[in-house]
Design a protein around this ligand. Structure first.
Ligand code: FES
Length: 186
């Protein structure tokens, strides 16, 4: 009875297999960082409902100097070799100028149950259950009666970025859990 050598018992073939395995591992290691980068890059889109990230929102000069808030939609406009998602709405924010180069940003989502807050004469009001907020986002109980929102409007981080077109306001957009006294990111 003769026994045929198994493929791996042949030293030449074993070396070949080793080389192939090393090639596969090398390829995986080489591709992985690129994949990780891609996922991070697309992150705001991947989590469409809880989208978050830094977005360019509006030129500083478009904000009234008297501190009146303006509403802006946050749109994802990434279009490049890997990602194509033009005009994808992510959320909405209010921006107001609180100094020559200082901006306050609020999520436009009501902290009570998630309706879209509107501007009012001296601040904000939610049309759903009439929560009122002052211009700086605090709960406004001055009109009397209960305010359904358990917390102030959700502030967002904002920064100014110098671009060739002028000063751009960038906002870190996040969503927060509705109905809680604490501001808990989703
Ligand atoms: S959702 Fe805004 S007051 Fe209820």
């Amino acid at each position: 009875v003769t026994s045929e050598p198994t493929p791996t018992s042949d030293p030449k073939r074993r070396n070949l297999l080793k080389a192939a395995a090393a090639g596969v591992i090398g390829a995986v290691l080489g591709v992985f960082p690129a994949l990780a980068g891609l996922v991070t890059f697309c992150d705001p889109l991947r989590r469409k409902s809880g989208a978050q990230g830094w977005f360019p929102v509006a030129p500083l000069e478009s904000l009234p100097e008297d501190g009146r808030p303006r509403l802006f939609k946050i749109i994802c406009e990434q279009v490049d070799a890997w990602t194509r998602c033009p005009n994808m709405p992510v959320g909405a924010v209010y921006l107001r100028r609180v100094g020559p180069r200082q901006v306050q940003a609020f999520s436009a989502v009501c902290p009570h149950l998630g309706c879209m807050v509107e501007t009012a004469e001296s601040g904000f009001i939610c049309p759903c259950h009439k929560s009122r907020f002052t211009a700086d986002g605090a709960i406004d109980a001055s009109a009397g009666g209960p305010v359904p929102s358990p917390r102030a409007m959700d502030t967002l981080e904002a920064t100014l970025e110098e671009t060739p077109e002028g000063t751009m306001v960038r906002v870190q957009y996040r969503k927060f859990r509705p109905g809680t006294a604490e501001k808990i990111p989703e």
